[in-house]
Design a protein around this ligand. Structure first.
Ligand code: ZN
Length: 266
């Protein structure tokens, strides 16, 4: 009887240890915090190219992953620009709205922006000049960089996205060359975006990718070209960590990632 009692006691102690150990470990861990030095990426570029135009990421969730960002909303309803933690949507008709927290995102890049290096460009620039200047400023092409650049642009060409209806029939390789284009003149605003090394090419846009939102928040979109930029001030943050989340959808699960596409860069 005594033996049985000890056996039960021992067994219950072991069970108690087994039960308690993971709990104790979990309790001793600090509450997970978002790493603010990570390049955050939702979906992957080749999924987006291959007609995965719907994601499950909500605007509120992207805001937890950064203060600046770019991308597109579900069904390519509009281009995404995040500036100072506010998410804007540049619609196909050229208008701009602030999105609500439940709006779904198909594709996004984001980062918590904190300037490592500030710069001011005295001369006037076009996009090609800016790329060269940013190459000089940043140095190594083997890291990621986040940018925030404010200025006035005599001419600025912004790209939008054409809203799609299901079933989606065209990939980005077809849609981008035929995207809505908005020509702006004497416009002041902020460009936010990223540089990604060539090695990330199947996952993300390589090189420089910038989106713009005007100071009056009436114009926004993908920066295609500009001329005679003045009073360009800004900076960059160098990033060495990268994280992406894949869309948990039936469409992504089944997609054949057969098409490749990258923006033309000079
Ligand atoms: Zn873009």
């Amino acid at each position: 009887m005594k033996k049985v009692f000890y056996l039960i006691l021992l067994s219950s102690s072991i069970i108690s240890c087994l039960k308690n150990e993971p709990k104790t470990l979990a309790e001793s861990e600090p509450i997970a915090k978002i790493d603010q030095d990570v390049f955050y990426h939702y979906s992957i570029w080749e999924a987006f190219v291959n007609k995965i135009y719907d994601g499950t990421l909500k605007a509120s969730e992207l805001k937890e992953r950064g203060t600046i960002g770019l991308g597109s909303y579900n069904a390519l309803e509009g281009e995404l620009v995040m500036l100072d933690g506010i998410l804007y949507e540049a619609l196909g008709d050229g208008s701009v709205i602030v999105v609500n927290d439940t709006t779904k995102i198909a594709y996004a890049n984001a980062a918590f922006y904190k300037e490592d290096v500030a710069f001011k460009f005295e001369d006037t620039y076009n996009y090609e000049d800016l790329r060269k200047e940013l190459n000089l400023q940043t140095g190594s092409k083997n890291f990621f960089y986040a940018f925030k650049i404010h200025g006035t642009f005599q001419k600025l060409k912004l790209g939008g996205v054409p809203k799609q209806e299901k079933p989606y029939t065209e990939g980005l390789d077809v849609l981008i060359p035929n995207r809505p284009v908005f020509d702006k003149e004497n416009i002041t605003g902020t460009m936010v975006g990223f540089y990604c090394p060539e090695f990330i090419g199947k996952i993300n846009v390589t090189g420089y990718h910038l989106h713009f939102v005007s100071d009056d928040k009436k114009s926004a979109g993908h920066v295609m070209e500009f001329t005679n930029a003045s009073d360009l001030t800004g900076g960059y943050k160098k990033i060495s960590k990268y994280q992406f989340d894949l869309p948990e959808t039936n469409e992504y699960e089944a997609v054949n990632l057969e098409k490749s596409f990258q923006y033309n860069k000079k």
